[in-house]
Design a protein around this ligand. Structure first.
Ligand code: ADP
Length: 265
């Protein structure tokens, strides 16, 4: 809160790679829900946090999983000291406060859960709450944002076309090297030279073919490696811990990744 008792929104650092900030802002102004696709650790969550703060909107983030029910999003009755009270879920809170509701990895949620989003994602912009009989009308500032990683090739884990066609969508990827170097430096405090070497290493690791890697080195992992180095860890150990071990349990793959690290550090 500031002196006028208004909430202060600290804008988290986000380095754009294109016109994603402008697109997001226009989508918000036009009351359009947004779908962000991209690999894990490429900056989706940071981007949404950045935009929410820039637009001075409260942000309600939900990490979706396969046990997530509609009640987890909307709310439920809770029994406290003998009485029953209604407790809003994060989606309902976002609608009531006119904020952003961000559903991370939305494809993990059960299909019957994502269906509750439908009346919010067309021009009705309503949230019916069956349990209380309320029908909430989303204020103009409310926005629904969902993300998922299309790289996980789970046949069963995609959005139903009837759900995905309700969103404007954009694809994220790891930032281009010149941007990623700046991000690694800014997030960890390492020198430009170390950041450059780490990003060079990531480029080589991402090119690695022929191993059973579901995902490659993310910007998040690069930042982890850089943080360990900035704290004084030997570079090879930092890379092993942050860039190699998290990616695989296979000893052959670990050895191949480590041999690439050895060429750089
Ligand atoms: P995702 O939600 O895509 O899994 P995150 O948004 O959590 O990934 O990003 C992981 C980390 O990578 C962030 O915490 C941040 O340190 C860094 N990062 C990635 N891209 C950017 C960017 N464009 N600007 C600033 N930080 C970034």
């Amino acid at each position: 809160m500031n002196a006028l008792n208004e909430p202060v929104f600290e804008v988290p650092y986000y380095q754009p790679t294109g016109q994603e900030c402008e697109l997001f802002e226009q989508a918000w102004k036009q009351h359009l829900p947004m779908l962000i696709k991209g690999p894990t650790g490429c900056g989706k969550t940071r981007f949404v946090a950045h935009m929410a703060a820039r637009l001075k909107l409260p942000l309600f983030t939900v990490s979706c999983h396969d046990d997530l029910t509609a009640a987890d999003l909307i709310g439920r009755h809770l029994i406290t000291a003998g009485s029953t009270v209604w407790c809003d879920g994060p989606l309902t809170q976002a609608v009531r406060t006119g904020g952003i509701c961000y559903l991370d990895e939305v494809v993990e949620a059960r299909k019957d859960t994502t269906v509750v989003l439908h009346p919010l994602t067309d021009d009705r912009r309503i949230l019916p709450i069956e349990r209380t009989g309320e029908v909430l009308h989303a204020p103009d500032s409310f926005m629904l944002v969902v993300s998922y990683n299309p790289g996980y090739q789970h046949v069963l884990k995609t959005l139903k076309p009837s759900t995905r066609q309700r969103f404007v969508a954009m694809s994220f990827d790891f930032p281009p090297p010149e941007v990623e170097i700046g991000v690694v430096q800014q997030e960890s405090g390492v020198s430009a030279e170390v950041a450059q070497r780490l990003v060079g290493l990531a480029t080589s690791l991402r090119r690695l073919q022929g191993y059973d890697l579901e995902e490659s080195v993310s910007t998040r992992l690069l930042v982890y490696a850089a943080k360990l180095m900035a704290a004084g860890m030997p570079p090879r150990m930092a890379c092993l811990a942050a860039l190699v071990e998290p990616l695989s349990d296979e000893s052959d793959t670990i050895a191949a990744l480590q041999s690439i690290v050895d060429t750089q550090f």
